[in-house]
Design a protein around this ligand. Structure first.
Ligand code: DX5
Ligand code: ZN
Length: 232
């Protein structure tokens, strides 16, 4: 699958969110990562469906861009309908946030979005086998959810490798996303472990030149692709 760079708008300047989204899209972002936090499942509060609705009503290309909604809210089901109505492309849930994961994933699919499942650093991948046919995205958290700007947790590499193997065995076109502490220096390593979708908040929005940072990430990914070809 083509690698996707997914800037997390959690690190954007919220006073000019629309312009920030336009800028990362022009700088080469493939999809916008939209972190939803509730001060209950995670100890932080961020943005909700009204913000996505506003993005969709904008008079420019941000209105149609793919949006990857990462729900960190418990219970998740109540809000899913609002995000579907607001035009989410992907909606991903943590299994801890719903009593009936199977039903929640169906709810997302039936509402016209692509379902995703999210694994925290301490959440085992064991339940993936039971729902792998229902998801279009597997998100491996490489930090504990709740805040941007944290350091990458090393054990995520092994988890990505295991998830990659399970996805390949399923034969389904599932994206493998990694979220937390990703930057131009470590993106090649997570790609080599099997990730194809890369969330980056502070690495992109705290940089002076979004296009240059995204460009550096793409270069690192190309090097990885060449390295793995060389080594076969
Ligand atoms: C953390 C969020 C991440 C966060 C990533 O709970 O899910 O998407 O914004 O930010 P960085 O890239 O700064 O770690
Ligand atoms: Zn996220």
């Amino acid at each position: 699958m083509e690698p996707w760079i997914a800037p997390s708008i959690l690190a954007a300047d919220f006073t000019r969110l629309g312009a920030e989204i336009d800028e990362v899209l022009s700088a080469g972002a493939d999809i916008i990562h939209f972190d939803v936090m509730d001060n209950h499942y995670v100890p932080n509060l961020s943005i909700g469906p009204l913000v996505l609705e506003s993005i969709r009503k904008s008079p420019n290309n941000r209105a149609n861009c793919p949006v990857d909604v990462h729900l960190m809210v418990k219970p998740a089901d109540r809000l899913i309908g609002d995000f579907l109505a607001a035009g989410a492309t992907f909606v991903s849930v943590h299994p801890e946030c719903t009593e009936h994961l199977h039903r929640t994933l169906h709810l997302i699919r039936e509402g016209g979005a692509k379902p995703g499942i999210v694994f925290n650093p301490a959440t085992p991948l064991t339940l993936l086998a039971d729902v792998i046919k229902l998801v279009d995205l597997v998100l491996i958290m490489s930090v504990n959810p709740g805040f941007g700007g944290q350091s990458f947790i090393e054990s995520s590499i092994q988890k990505l490798q295991t998830a990659r193997r399970l996805i390949d065995q399923s034969g389904r076109p599932i994206r493998l996303e990694v979220d937390g502490g990703i930057n131009p220096d470590n993106i090649a390593r997570v790609a080599a472990a099997g990730a194809d979708t890369f969330v980056a908040g502070s690495a992109i929005f705290a940089s002076h030149d979004y296009a240059a940072t995204i460009g550096e990430m793409r270069e690192a990914l190309e090097d990885t692709a060449n390295t793995s070809l060389d080594s076969t």
